[in-house]
Design a protein around this ligand. Sequence first.
Ligand code: HEM
Length: 408
Amino acid sequence: MTEQLEKPAQAESGEVLGYPFARASALEPCPHYARLRAESPVQRVRMPSGDPAYLVTTYEDVRTVLSDARFSRAATTNPDAPRMGKATQNFRSLLNMDAPEHTRVRKLVSREFTVRRVNDLRPRIQAHTDAFLDAMEASGSPADLIPALAFPLPVTMICELLGVPFEDREKFGAWSAAFLATASLPAEEVLAAQVALRDYLAEQVARKRAHPGTDLLSALVSIHDTDEGRLDEQELIFLGISLLVAGHETTVNQIGNSVLALLTHPEELAAVREDPERIGRATEELLRMYPPGDEALLRIALEDVELSGTVVPAGSAVLPSLGSANRDACQFAGADTLDIGREVNPHLTFGQGTHYCLGSGLARAELQIAVGTLLRRFPTLRLAVDVSELPRPEGRLVHGVSSLPVAW
Ligand code: HEM
C-alpha cells in the first residue's frame, strides 16, 4: 500500500517514513521531494516488504549510489537481504550482478545488442506505429491510447528484437507485470510468475538452438554455443528474461506519460507540432520530468558510506530516487518546468554507471517515433476525459496511467 508522506519537513532524525510516497497526480511525483533534498537528503524509509532502507534524493547522491562499486546489486539476492517487494529476487539477471561477472556478461550482450541492430529496427517501429494508428483512426474518435498504441508497440518490438512469438504476448505480459509488482500481489504469485518466465525463456532458447534466426536471442544462443563457458545456460535464460521484462513495461508507461504530459501542456505541445524536429529533445525532457519509475533498483551498501553527511551503515538497503534526482534544482535550471527545448539534459531516467539501461537506444527510438507520428497524424488530438478520471495502478515498480482516452 502507498502511504502518505506526512510532515517530511519536520522529519526528525530517526523518523522512518512509509515508502513509496503518495503521488501528487498521474504525472507529478510526491510534492515533498524538494523538502527532502534540502532537509533530509538521505531519508530512512520503510519499504512495502516492511524492510528499512535509506532513500537518496539528490542528483549527486543518486549518481554516486548508481556508479560506486560500494553499492551492490548482487548483495540484494542474498535471501536475508532487505528487499523492496514481498518476494525475493534471486535471479542471476544482468541487473542482479556486480563486476567482474556483470562486466563479462554485459560485454557479450552489448556485442550483439548494438546501435546498428536498433537502427535496423527503426523502419519496423515506424511501420508498426503506422499500422496501430491506422486501426485507431478507423475505429473512430474517441479511443484509448494505451491498448491502441502504448502497449502493443513496445511489446511487438521486444518480440521482434528477441524473436519470440507475438502470440505469446499476453502470457509473458502478465508474468512480466507480476515480476514488477512490489506490493500489489502476494509473494507466491510473484514467485510463480518468475518460474513461468524462466520456463518460457528456457523453451525459447531451445527453439533458437534448433532453428536459429537473425534475432538477438539467436545471436546470444550462438555466443553460448560457440564460446562455451562464457555465457552459460542460466545466464542466457536470465538475459532473455531481463530483456523481456525491462523491455516493454517501462516503455509502455513512458509513451502514456509523454502523451498525457503534452496534452496537458498546450504550449509545449504546440511547439513540438510547429517543429517536429524538436521531438528528440522533447522526449528527453519528458523522460526527465515524467519517468515511468520513481526509483532505480535497490542497492546494498557493502561498507559504511557517507552521503550528504549521513553515514549509511554497511549492509543497509539504499534506494536511489531517479524521479527526485531529475527534479534537483542544483542540476537542472527550472527543474519543475517542462521545457521541451532543454539543451543540456543529463537526466537519470535510464540510470547511470555500469547498469545504465541497455535498451535506451531502442526505447528512445520507440518514444520519438510513437509520439512524433501520433502528433503529426492527429493534429486535433486532445484528452477525452478529465485528468482526475485517469486510472493509475499503485504498488508497482513502474507507474503511469492504465487507460488514456483521447479524441480528435
Ligand atoms: C522508457 C523506457 C526505459 C526506461 C525508463 C528504462 C530504465 C532503466 C533503468 C533506470 C535501468 C537501470 C536500473 C538500475 O540501475 O537500477 C535499466 C536497465 C536495463 N534496461 Fe532499461 N529502461 C527502458 C527501456 C528498456 C528497453 C526497451 C530494454 C530492452 C530492450 C531495456 C533493457 C534494460 C536492461 C537489460 C537493463 C539492465 C542493464 C544492466 O544491468 O547492465 N530497457 N533500464
